[in-house]
Design a protein around this ligand. Structure first.
Ligand code: ADP
Ligand code: MG
Length: 376
């Protein structure tokens, strides 16, 4: 996978001014890869990552290119929607071209185009959607609109090529915990594309809580990695922050925890010049991880799940990964770190399973900025 920031993509754009965008009518560019399997071109622009990828048969990553805008938004302390939208416009074509080149293929070897339809920022989603429509209009390829949460789930099916063998697929029924910047959901997945929503956050998403608490204790953006880093030298028992178990439901709540950190920070600031950021971060992280893991395992037992799958940006958290792998009750699937945050490989993977199930969307497909997984 190649991470490319906005500045580098400007260079890519300039270098490629003379190159033409690959079309379906052209012959394959490489000729090195035998034509077999179904290749999906995935496109993701739901938030602040512009991403494109080519996946074979739902699981094999042939290319996975992500242009992160994180540095652009850092000065705002969060994603600035209009800046995100404009940056997607600048980056989307070079990143798609890059994904095709890294996969050594033209659109002629692609079976369908899968694009994130929602949920996400409207101004960001439309860039990917309209680009995908332009590609299918010019190439005649089938178009698939993909739910971003479903895409996060399918990141657990992906494997990097070459050369490792495909890891075993997650087994159903699967207890799925999605923890990202915008969502925290517990889902029972009974088979491919078949979901029952058990619970969700009533207020902040887990990633949102990481981002807000990082700001409260003076750490950088994005907050999740900053809190993880600060926690490494902190004591998770230094502060007794509350755990919202919400007994009798499968829902989550993180706003009480966030308020508890705020109160602690204000009390500390009255007495000390500098905050014990490492201890605050470690204690906050421990509270989030304990509830996420505790509820996931309880739900897995209650619903007779065969395995547990955790996906979304917060699943990159090492404390969470450690706690999940520390038990022996359920096999746990967590995507590799690089596939936890937003990427297009996961969109293409979900696209493959939807494509083989017969889905095909029309050119009149609109974005759905508030699209719940359960309505897919
Ligand atoms: P969304 O799809 O909602 O935009 P992503 O799936 O891209 O979100 O995840 C981004 C979120 O993941 C951010 O809130 C970020 O703070 C959080 N995150 C990323 N890495 C970590 C980490 N190591 N620990 C905790 N949270 C993390
Ligand atoms: Mg995401």
């Amino acid at each position: 996978m190649r991470m490319v920031n906005g500045v580098e993509m400007d260079q890519v754009m300039n270098q490629k001014k003379s190159s033409s965008f690959p079309s379906a009518s052209k012959s394959p560019v490489s000729g090195t890869r035998p034509v077999s399997g179904t290749r999906i071109l995935g496109i993701e622009t739901s938030c602040d990552e512009t991403a494109a990828a080519v996946i074979e048969d739902g699981r094999l990553i042939l290319s996975n290119c992500v242009a992160s805008q994180v540095e652009l938004h850092a000065r705002f302390g969060g994603v600035f929607p209009e800046v995100a939208s404009r940056q997607h416009i600048r980056t989307i074509l070079p990143i798609i071209e890059e994904a095709l080149q890294q996969a050594h293929m033209s659109l002629g070897e692609i079976g369908a185009v899968a694009v994130t339809r929602g949920p996400g920022l409207p101004g960001s989603l439309v860039v990917g959607m309209n680009t995908a429509k332009g590609i299918v209009l010019g190439s005649g390829l089938p178009l698939l609109g993909i739910n971003h949460l479903e895409a996060h789930i399918y990141s657990a099916w992906l494997a990097v090529n070459p050369p490792q063998p495909l890891p075993p697929e997650p087994r159903f029924p699967l207890l799925v915990l999605i923890v990202s910047g915008g969502h925290t959901e517990l889902i029972l997945m009974k088979g491919h594309l078949d979901y029952e929503r058990l619970g969700a956050t009533l207020d902040d998403a887990a990633g949102e809580a990481f981002d807000k608490v990082a700001r409260l204790i003076g750490l950088g953006y994005p907050g999740g990695p900053a809190i993880q880093e600060a926690s490494a030298s902190g004591d998770p028992r230094a502060f007794k922050f509350p755990r919202a178990w919400l007994e009798g439901s499968w829902d989550f709540s993180f706003s009480g925890l966030k308020t508890a950190v705020l109160r602690e920070v204000r009390d500390l600031q009255r007495v000390y010049d500098t905050l014990p950021a490492a201890d605050l971060a470690a204690s906050f992280q421990a509270a989030v991880v304990e509830v996420l893991v505790g509820k996931a395992f309880k739900a897995a037992s209650a619903f007779g799940a065969a395995e547990i799958l955790v996906a979304g940006g917060v699943s990159a958290n090492m404390a969470l990964r450690g706690a999940l792998h520390a038990q022996a009750d359920f096999p746990v699937h967590i995507p590799p770190i690089a596939l936890c945050t937003d990427n297009a490989a996961m969109v293409a993977s979900a696209g493959y399973y939807r494509f083989t199930a017969g889905q095909q969307d029309g050119l009149d497909m609109d974005i759905l900025p508030n699209w719940p997984l359960i309505e897919v």
